[in-house]
Design a binder for this molecule. Sequence first.
Ligand SMILES: [Zn+2]
Length: 322
Amino acid sequence: MKILLKNISDTELLSKTKGLVLKERELIGEIIAHLAEIETRKLYCDLKYRSLYDYCTAELGYTNDQAYRRISAMRLTKQLPQVKEKLEDGTISLSSANMFSVLIKDAKMEKPEQVKVLNLIEGKSKSETATLIENIRSEKQLPPPAKKKVIVKQTEGSKEVRLSVSISKETLDKIEQVKSLYANKNRKGESLDLDKVLDMMAQAALEKYEKELAPKKEVRRINKRENLGAKKKSRYISKETKYKVYKKAGGKCQFCGSTKNLQYDHSIPYAKGGSNEHANIRLLCSNCNLRQGVLVFGTSVMKRETVEVSRPGTNSCSSKLN
Ligand SMILES: [Zn+2]
């Protein structure tokens, strides 16, 4: 039965509020633990989200800042599990955890020092923590925390995005140069807007790199390598196959449409006898690739694979773009 707040006593109101705040803190710890498990399973890929951040903002309705702070705290608890209980008992807040997380990353702190600083900020207010961390940064001669360089905002249903980016003066000069060359070439003296210049540059870069992906006419060398692969079973995927798969997928993850961290993956895993033929190869982003690995092999195996995937040149479960 819902209690009418206006009917409860002052003492009861104060005590109930305290109890609710305690529950709220416990809930933060729980939410972070749940996000950590979702991250491990890459579960957001099943819902077609490209990242945990997209899932937190679009599915859970967090603002960009709220999502960022929770994900940052979640990654911190993976590194230092004791942070979870400090968040739960309220001795550190999400924003303090975030400042601390940036500090240990920028200072490349070893675990003993991380624990020392964590103990220092425990029980401190947000502003006290900010001062403390600022002092450590200046002692270590660290520059102020880097602001996000690129901010992308997309209104739901709109095909346009709003991009806010910091670029060097040198890059701006190059853009101005492109604009002026275009105006000189164009008899009507039409000028180019910045969005058109960016599109032209992106198109030129895409053509350049896609050309590099295309197999060269070094058939003999490729055949030699493939024959070698046939004799000695290997997960080697030929450049021709990769190019075919890339073109078919339109240069995007075949599951979520992401264009980031693309990898070639065996639909039927290589470890389960899957072939290197193009029909068995798909283009996936690293998150969707890991999710498929979790579905087939489970999270314990994939934790090991995650490390391998990120190390180029190892015999990992996936093959990078080139
Ligand atoms: Zn994907």
